[in-house]
Design a protein around this ligand. Structure first.
Ligand SMILES: *[C@@H]1O[C@H](CO)[C@@H](O)[C@H](O)[C@H]1NC(C)=O
Ligand SMILES: *[C@@H]1O[C@H](CO)[C@@H](O)[C@H](O)[C@H]1NC(C)=O
Ligand SMILES: *[C@@H]1O[C@H](CO)[C@@H](O)[C@H](O)[C@H]1NC(C)=O
Ligand SMILES: *[C@@H]1O[C@H](CO)[C@@H](O)[C@H](O)[C@H]1NC(C)=O
Length: 339
């Protein structure tokens, strides 16, 4: 084998690796493979073409990318019976506008890393089996226009930080196990006045600040207290099935509202943590990119590297041997390559 062809091979390999790395943001590809890895059942095989050897994840099902095909703008995988956890690495999809995973069997908590997606406009995790609280950090997602978390097992109180979402138009929280007050405003004077009147002159927290809110559903939870005045424009069905002090006959009966909501944890899952059997795999931290590659890919790369390396070495030694026998002058390496 001539050393020339080996060099061509080496450069071709190197070029190939560089091209695949540059086409698409590496950490976003890592985030998507972490998402797939955290899904342990995919009966409809919707993630079957999510193959990390593919040149571009933009062709994967449920993914929409930017014009330049370098960032993920949208994930929509609805009604696909996906079972598994939400990978915290989703927080790395820094350009994401829409995350729609409605109607699957997602379990575990909503990772607070999702609240790093500052361009997110639609968050739809409705009709899943998510547990735990709504992270207060959701108030950081100031571009959010739609939140749908309906029909899950979410617990805890509603973070008043929801009021930071000034573009919020739609908030569906019905059919969970949420409790505490519906955060309107923390100022009792404010709640007795009409919506928006004091919005500019009072420091308020809570949903009275979300002036764009048009659709909101709080029904079938365990909310207590009264309906905030600024939300009275919503239909009463938006509040039914709770423990509100209201003359609405459609509230829960007192025994159901006695203490805490019935804490029927599905399959013994601790709402604040990921289940123990999965604890090591899904620590809610973002691993550095270097640790991201699946083992088989790494093995393949090492194998390829070793092979190319040894071919190169053998060729080089052969070339040197030939040079030595041809003449007594030792050429510098560059000279050998040019021949
Ligand atoms: C998501 O995809 C489904 C079909 O797979 C479609 O019906 C739905 O409108 C999409 N949702 C969004 C927000 O794009
Ligand atoms: C996100 O929200 C939390 C709690 O609401 C806050 O402490 C934190 O500073 C926020 N982070 C950013 C980057 O805005
Ligand atoms: C109400 O909001 C003000 C200003 O943000 C704050 O100082 C006060 O502690 C809050 N009161 C309650 C009861 O949360
Ligand atoms: C809101 O509260 C901040 C500090 O908490 C204060 O500096 C500011 O003047 C308040 N604004 C109004 C309109 O009351």
């Amino acid at each position: 084998m001539r050393p020339f062809s080996v060099f061509q091979l080496v450069w071709a390999c190197l070029g190939l690796f560089l091209v695949t790395c540059e086409a698409f943001a590496t950490n976003e590809e890592y985030a998507l493979s972490a998402f797939k890895e955290a899904i342990n059942e995919d009966p409809l095989l919707v993630l079957s073409n999510w193959n990390t050897l593919d040149e571009n994840p933009c062709d994967w099902s449920g993914i929409s990318c930017s014009m330049a095909q370098d960032h993920v703008l949208k994930i929509n995988i609805s009604g696909s019976s996906l079972k598994g956890f939400l990978a915290p690495e989703l927080g790395l999809l820094s350009s994401l506008r829409e995350l729609v995973l409605h109607g699957n069997n997602l379990i575990g908590v909503i990772p607070k890393e999702i609240c790093m997606l500052k361009y997110l406009r639609v968050l739809d995790l409705g009709m899943n089996r998510l547990l735990g609280p709504i992270p207060p950090e959701i108030g950081n997602l100031t571009s959010l226009m739609k939140i749908n978390l309906q029909s899950n097992g979410l617990m805890g109180t509603l973070p008043p930080e929801l009021g930071n979402l000034k573009y919020l138009e739609e908030l569906r929280l019905d059919r969970n196990k949420l409790q505490g007050f519906v955060p309107g405003s923390n100022n009792s004077d404010f709640t007795s006045t009409s919506h928006g009147m004091y919005a500019s002159s009072w420091n308020t927290t809570g949903l009275c600040r979300s002036s764009q809110l048009k659709v909101a559903d709080f029904s079938y939870n365990f909310f207590v207290g009264s309906i905030p005045k600024c939300l009275e424009y919503l239909p009463s069905s938006s509040f039914q099935g709770n423990c509100l002090q209201d003359n609405d006959p459609k509230q829960r009966l007192t025994p159901q509202c006695g203490g805490a909501p019935p804490a029927k944890h599905r399959s013994g899952v601790n709402p604040n943590n990921r289940p123990a059997q999965d604890g090591t795999k899904h620590q809610a931290t973002l691993k550095p990119i270097s640790a991201s590659k699946p083992a088989w890919l790494l093995a393949l790369e090492i194998a390829t590297g070793t092979m190319v390396g040894s071919i190169f070495l053998v060729a080089l030694l052969t070339a040197l041997q030939r040079c030595k026998s041809n003449s007594s002058i030792t050429y510098p390496l560059e000279e050998i390559c040019k021949r």
